[in-house]
Design a protein around this ligand. Structure first.
Ligand code: NAD
Length: 379
């Protein structure tokens, strides 16, 4: 599969490029990024000729040799690029979140179906070896049916974006669409997956913005405490750009499971160290040797995407899942703002459906809790 990379920031350079290089049947043949220093850095690392690189994504999309593209721009710019890529006949691997608003996300999902192209999400946490080990234990039935899945990610590192571009775009609500929850929305599809892959029916949440080093510029939450409701059971997802504990804890019908990372930190930022499984009071022996060579699961995401294109099958996370995950995140913001539980999927008449987090400024009681600028809808 010959691919073009659109957006040559940190994730493309540091995670996607090495993952692709490790896959013998996937080749980067073109790249686009409007930031000259990033484009040049990526060009050199990928070994591309200058004429394969452009500041304009349209040049990559015009190339007949490009079968598929990765769209790894900040979320605000993703929808028009993805729609143009699909219209140009390309398959698309999209970074998360799919868009800033469900309205745009669903338009992208529909476009992929109507053009008969794959639009897959980089929901790479499915392939994180530690979480996959948890899923295997739950699927084995060793501790019965999961009822409560708790994901603590309270020491997410607030890593800046590419220095040559806008390193603090994640703190700008009009670019990122939210704060730590939107940035680490992986926790949302993971909590549903570990809860027997049930759809999320409702969410209630509190979000907060503490006084931190970026307090003068940040517009977004740095703590999000979410309770997701399933038909059977609940998921608690606690996230913070902070120094709190991390780990996974599961209460199941016949036992419990606990996963911890180095120094009780947060998965993806610290290596996994301990997996404890108990059926009643009896310890269940589990094989736990997580593969440290693919800790973030990027290589399997590319393999899954390439196979979905080649074999005409669904990828592990099609666009529709990207939309449902985005709705769950925005539902959490709406819940925090409105001080009530929000049903999912979102109602299409909800302003959040069309405007994302921007709808929560000025129009909702308590909206100042999620302080965002009153931006125009994107797209
Ligand atoms: N799946 C994961 O584990 C993971 C990890 C990190 C980041 N991400 C996601 O990847 C995306 C990018 O994050 P990042 O950390 O690489 O950000 P970054 O700031 O390092 O890079 C963003 C890049 O996009 C480029 N860009 C901006 N507008 C563009 C446009 N119109 N066309 C092409 N390029 C454009 C910028 O010049 C910059 O080089 C975000 O959506 C982020 O949430 C995902």
């Amino acid at each position: 599969m010959r691919v073009g990379i659109i957006g040559c920031g940190n994730v493309s350079l540091n995670l996607h490029l090495p993952a692709i290089a490790a896959e013998p049947n996937i080749h980067v043949v073109a790249a686009a990024d409007p930031t000259p220093a990033r484009l040049e850095l990526f060009r050199q690392r990928a070994g591309l000729d200058a004429d394969a690189c452009s500041p304009d994504a349209a040049d990559v999309l015009a190339r007949p040799d490009v079968e598929a593209v990765l769209v790894a721009t900040p979320p605000r710019y993703r929808p028009p690029i993805v729609l143009a890529a699909l219209a140009a006949g390309k398959h698309v691997l999209s970074e998360k979140p799919i868009a800033l608003t469900p309205a745009e996300g669903w338009e992208m999902a529909r476009a992929a179906r109507s053009f008969d192209r794959r639009l897959a999400m980089v929901h790479n946490y499915y392939f994180m070896p530690d979480l996959a080990a948890v899923k295997r234990v739950l699927d084995s039935g060793a501790i019965g049916e999961p009822y409560l899945v708790i994901l603590n990610l309270l020491s997410v590192e607030d890593r800046p974006g590419a220095a040559e571009y806008r390193p603090i775009w994640r703190h700008d609500a009009s670019m990122g669409g939210g704060g730590v929850l939107m940035d680490i929305l992986h926790a949302v599809y993971v909590v549903a997956w570990l809860s027997s892959s049930q759809p999320i029916r409702a969410v209630s949440a509190a979000v907060d913005r503490r006084i931190g080093t970026l307090s003068d510029v940040s517009e977004v939450e740095d703590v999000a405490l979410c309770r997701f409701e399933f038909d059977k059971g609940f998921g608690l997802v606690n996230l913070a750009w902070g120094d709190g504990p991390g780990g996974v804890e599961v209460m199941a019908s016949e036992g419990r499971l606990l996963l911890f990372y180095r120094s009780f930190g947060t998965g993806a930022f610290e290596p996994p160290e301990q997996l404890h499984v108990f059926r009643g009071k009896e310890r269940v022996p589990v094989e736990f040797q997580p593969d440290r060579t693919t800790p973030l699961g990027m290589q399997p995401i590319w393999r899954d995407f390439a196979e979905s294109v080649e074999r005409g099958r669904e990828p592990i996370a099609p666009a529709e899942q990207g939309c449902a995950t985005l709705e769950a995140v925005l539902g959490a913001y709406a819940s925090a703002s409105r001080k009530r539980t929000v049903a999912l999927p979102l109602d299409a008449s909800d302003p959040v459906y069309y405007r994302g987090i921007a709808a929560l400024r000025g129009t909702e009681p308590g909206a100042e809790e999620v302080s965002v600028p009153n931006v125009e809808p994107v797209g």
